[in-house]
Write a new protein. Structure first.
Length: 432
């Protein structure tokens, strides 16, 4: 006998003829423990059992990897022969090997940037308590689904950074006051510490924990473009000198060189300009978000501590540990604090919690197994009124009286596949 049938047998009731989706989810959830990444509220995608986290637009990684790998494959396949003839076997192979090594390092940095926690700040379960010394007489924030009434919270607070007072905003989604330099990404639906921007090319937010990987990624990509560009020109020059060709004829004899020269020239301007811009941001200790929004050119940047210290802080400091343990096990009732989401290679449909409350609307979404006894007792109590000897005969009952079960109980019982014991179209107080 299955676990579900044992449950109904212990309850002393008949076995339902069909298994509802909610009941199936409850049974399945008992087989495998829920983890944080199963019910993560953000728009992230998880794989490898929650060990790797991508952004919602992670498919862009395939396009980015193709744009990097394709020119390197062409370079190693068609240009290497001319380089070996010009520089010798050993030096030619070394030139090709260096391009392959740089490419491999770029791909690793791409995965580290895209597949790691950028610095997500965990959400609060409830809004914070208002400070006693905060004047909230003119500001009120209403929190949907709050059981204790809407607390009065100001939308901003004062925080001190290097002796300078700055404003920090309240995030109504994450229910917390964002630390300085933190912002909420609308694409990933997370508050990210030292938020720089959401990069569509890597499909992930760029924040405190993955910024240096991102900077090294675009820096090495720029160097790779210049490397391939230079040696393609070397190959064309060698052909012009060895065979006394003009530029046009040399490009016709090696069209791949011409294609790579044009491709890497355009790519170098794009990623090279991006690298130069971020190098300026590092030396001035700014983020892309701050540079575009606050314009520290005419203001005092509270985070700027000099070029050398800024460089050391951004690129040489220790990467902080993640504030989220996505593989942490949670029980069924803790999972009501999260919103089930989809992960790469895993569907959370079979891992839906027993009881889930929507924080926004406060409506009940599912029924706990423990509620079966109470539902059945209420149904049996109504049935008992039909057979009770102290009640008047059925024929003397007023047909206008409505002896109906509570609609909520009906809906819950119907979800669980329970039967009322009366044929379709017949009221509970009518005799068959």
């Amino acid at each position: 006998m299955s676990g579900r049938r044992k449950m109904y047998a212990a309850a002393g009731g008949p076995l339902p003829t069909s298994v509802s989706n909610i009941d199936r989810k409850v049974v399945d959830s008992n087989k495998r423990p829920l983890r944080v990444y199963h019910v993560w509220k953000g728009n992230n995608r998880f794989c490898c059992g929650g060990r790797v986290m991508f952004g919602p637009d992670a498919r862009s990684l395939f396009l980015t990897a193709f744009l990097i790998l394709a020119p390197v494959v062409l370079f190693c396949t068609f240009i290497s022969e001319g380089l070996i003839r010009e520089f010798g076997l050993r030096n030619g192979i070394m030139i090709v090997a260096i391009s392959i090594a740089i490419t491999a390092l770029i791909v690793i940095l791409l995965l580290l940037t895209s597949g790691s926690d950028p610095g997500i700040i965990p959400r609060n379960e409830h809004p914070p308590e208002p400070d006693d010394d905060t004047d909230c007489s003119n500001v009120s924030v209403i929190w949907p689904g709050s059981r204790s009434g809407p607390p009065m919270l100001p939308p901003t607070k004062d925080a001190t950074v290097n002796g300078i007072v700055v404003k920090v905003k309240y995030c109504q989604t994450c229910m917390l006051y964002r630390p300085p330099r933190c912002s909420h990404c609308s694409i990933c639906n997370n508050c990210v510490e030292r938020f720089d921007h959401h990069c569509p090319w890597v499909g992930q937010c760029i924040g405190k924990r993955n910024y240096r990987f991102f900077f090294m990624f675009i820096l090495l990509t720029t160097l790779l473009c210049l490397y391939v560009f230079a040696f393609c020109w070397v190959n064309i020059s060698w052909m012009m000198h060895s065979f006394d060709y003009g530029l046009g004829k040399a490009l016709m004899r090696s069209p791949i060189s011409g294609i790579l020269i044009l491709y890497t020239f355009i790519a170098a301007w794009f990623v090279g300009g991006l690298t130069a811009f971020h190098f300026y941001l590092i030396l001035s200790n700014q983020t892309t978000y701050e540079n575009c929004r606050y314009r520290y050119d005419g203001k005092m940047n509270p985070h700027n501590r000099g070029c050398a210290r800024n460089f050391a802080e951004v690129l040489l400091s220790k990467i902080p540990a993640s504030k989220n343990n996505f593989r942490e096990k949670i029980n069924m009732y803790q999972s009501s604090e999260y919103n089930p989401s989809m992960s790469l290679g895993h569907s959370t449909n079979s891992l839906t919690p027993k009881v889930s409350y929507d924080v926004e609307s406060g409506k009940r979404q599912a029924v706990a197994v423990e509620d079966l006894e109470e539902i059945r007792s209420q149904i049996d109590s109504v049935r008992g009124l039909e057979r009770c000897s102290i009640e008047p005969p059925h024929a003397n009952w007023d047909k206008s009286e409505n002896w109906e079960i509570n609609p909520d109980i009906k809906g819950l019982a119907a979800e669980l596949g329970m039967q009322y014991g009366a044929p379709d179209g017949q009221k509970p107080h009518e005799e068959p």
